[in-house]
Design a protein around this ligand. Structure first.
Ligand SMILES: [Zn+2]
Ligand SMILES: [Zn+2]
Length: 410
């Protein structure tokens, strides 16, 4: 029996699941939640009948909820594979929420296997090799999946305009294709930006430059940004560090910054978050003789917050200094026309006249084109993680490749 690929809910952004099977083994790639706002028939979740499917292992590309959010539904005998930083990021989230059952699964050494870049994992006759990829999540992987008769590349979520993006085509050329010696039969690629065609990707380096300019005149900054978006946090952190402004967050945000400092930060000062602290306004700083709040008022700060009423108290404390609020998240959350519209967040952003400054976590269409052209899969291209699979037909890719676009491989 040859290799089969089944795609569940590839027609939406997030919550897509891919099953790869041979006669001997079956693996599942990602098992996450649908994005907020996807309701009704359209928002039906990917369903796996675990008893019938007999999945041997689940591999997670990265820690975003739309890829890992449903790991608790996976039967206990199925091993889980994820990056070690992904695991720690999820541990931090679940600790903050006091979710003991989730923590027990994540910390189960017998069940959770930690992926290492370039190190293959074998499940029966399926071999999965993870390759690190640039995304708004850190520790995100593309998977090269080799079965006895097929070579498959599953991209996960990716882009090339973050700090680790330069490596994208190197990784594809040198490691995945082995300088042309290892042809890919089937490419499974994300296409988030396919319904935002023509949108220019704004780079992390550009975000840093813009923040640096802004902070010249504004040293008291509240930042609406995901606590797991390592690159954007680093952009704002370094822009602030130029002026001596530290980065602050609640104990949960600090736990994520500490995780990044102790992992990614070991390899490069870009991610070391040396001047990141937990908010404890009244804490007297040893050897300084002033409280943290006094220090923040004097030296400035970039404080990571959420658009929730509890954080208004924080902003109020500094109101005499005219602090600014930056909105560094997807603009769709503020657009009533979008399914993921978040009214509370929108009200918060309007109240504080938040300044929009954001980088997408996903590759624009021209980068997807280049990935397809370079990989040039011999048999099939399967678009996932997109609301516009038809849009792939309009990409500037070779005509013969257009004829290989399909929804599954069975
Ligand atoms: Zn995603
Ligand atoms: Zn993602």
């Amino acid at each position: 029996m040859g290799t089969k690929i089944k795609v569940l809910r590839g027609d939406q952004i997030g919550g897509c699941v891919v099953l790869v099977s041979t006669g001997q083994a079956k693996i599942c790639i990602d098992f996450g939640e649908n994005l907020p706002g996807q309701e009704g028939e359209e928002g039906k979740r990917a369903e796996i009948h675990w008893d019938d499917e007999k999945v041997d292992a689940v591999f997670f590309t990265h820690y975003h909820g739309d890829h890992m959010g449903r790991f608790m539904e996976i039967p206990a005998h199925v091993p889980l594979y994820m990056g070690s930083v992904s695991r720690q990021v999820l541990v931090n989230i679940n600790r903050a929420l006091h979710r003991e059952a989730e923590l027990a699964v994540l910390l189960d050494e017998d069940r959770v296997g930690c992926l290492k870049a370039d190190c293959p994992v074998e499940v029966g006759d399926i071999r999965v090799t993870p390759y690190l990829v640039d995304h708004s999540a850190y520790d995100a992987y593309m998977f090269l999946i080799e079965t006895p008769d097929k070579t498959i590349l599953h991209t996960g979520d990716y882009r090339n305009h973050g700090y680790r993006g330069k490596a994208l085509f190197d990784v594809i050329g040198k490691y995945i294709l082995c300088h042309g010696k290892r042809p890919v039969d089937i490419l499974i690629t994300e296409g988030t930006m396919m319904n935002r065609m023509g949108e220019k990707a704004y780079s992390e380096a550009g975000l840093f430059q813009e923040a640096k300019e802004l902070f010249k005149d504004h040293r008291h900054v509240f930042l609406l940004c995901s606590s797991t978006n390592l690159d954007s946090l680093a952009s704002f952190y370094h822009a602030g560090a130029i002026y001596g402004m530290g980065m602050y967050g609640n104990s949960y945000v600090y736990s994520q910054l500490k995780t990044f400092r102790e992992t990614a930060g070991r390899a490069t000062p870009l991610y070391d978050f040396k001047y990141a602290y937990e908010v404890r306004f009244d804490f007297v700083l040893p050897g300084v003789g002033m409280t943290q709040e006094e220090w923040m008022r004097k030296n400035g700060f970039v404080t990571v917050i959420k658009g929730e009423p509890g954080y208004e108290k924080w902003i109020k404390r500094f109101v005499d200094l005219k602090p600014i609020v930056i909105y560094s998240m997807w603009k769709g959350y503020l657009d009533p026309g979008q399914k993921a519209y978040d009214k509370k967040l929108h009200d918060f952003v309007r109240k504080y006249h938040a300044i929009p400054m954001h980088t997408s976590g996903h590759a624009p269409a021209e980068v997807i084109e280049e990935v397809i052209n370079r990989v040039s899969p011999r048999e099939a291209i399967i678009p996932i993680h997109t609301e516009n699979r038809e849009g792939f037909l309009n990409l500037k890719i070779k005509e013969e490749l257009k004829g290989r676009i399909r929804l599954s491989y069975e």
